[in-house]
Design a protein around this ligand. Structure first.
Ligand code: FES
Ligand code: FES
Length: 163
């Protein structure tokens, strides 16, 4: 029988408490235990960025983080950016044609949100470097970079809660 631990943390602004196996990763906890299926499983090895979430406002690959390490933290998934309607950054992804199959999109949006909060005045080169860990098989990245660039121009993500 696997050893379990009870953890409590903020998930998309709401408190959650649950028991998890100490070997479980955060991605499995979010998708299977908490039904936050917007966060995607791509590689399970930290190579694709599909599982990107924010932990205390910083982007993290959920597949590489133990679920127990969420204890006491502030965790945001793509569902947490939708406050009755899409965030402006999400709208810009749609407007710029940056979403094709959509598999990479939640992770890309979370990574971009983290980048925009840390560095609102990013250049195109800084945007390209910032999303290097997020793979997209469909778009060739240009439209994704265009969408994030538009967000920079609009100052669309200024602080926690405004995404
Ligand atoms: S599933 Fe986590 S980086 Fe690919
Ligand atoms: S839109 Fe298909 S993987 Fe990025």
């Amino acid at each position: 029988m696997s050893v379990r631990e009870t953890i409590s943390f903020q998930l998309n602004g709401r408190p959650v408490t649950l028991s998890v196996p100490i070997t479980m990763d955060s991605l499995t906890m979010l998708r299977d235990e908490l039904k936050m299926t917007g966060t995607k499983y791509g590689c399970g090895e930290g190579e694709c960025g599909a599982c990107t979430i924010l932990v205390d406002g910083v982007s993290v690959n959920a597949c590489l983080m133990f679920a127990v390490d969420c204890d006491g933290r502030d965790v945001t998934t793509i569902e947490g950016l939708h406050k009755g309607s899409m965030s402006r950054l999400q709208e810009l992804f749609v407007e710029e044609g940056a979403v094709q199959c959509g598999f990479c999109t939640p992770g890309m949006i979370m990574q971009a949100t983290s980048l925009l909060r840390q560095q609102p005045e990013m250049t195109v080169d800084q945007i390209r470097r910032g999303i290097e860990g997020n793979l997209c098989r469909c778009t060739g990245y240009k439209k994704i970079v265009d969408a994030i660039t538009a967000a920079v121009h609009e100052n669309a993500v200024v602080e926690e809660g405004d995404a």
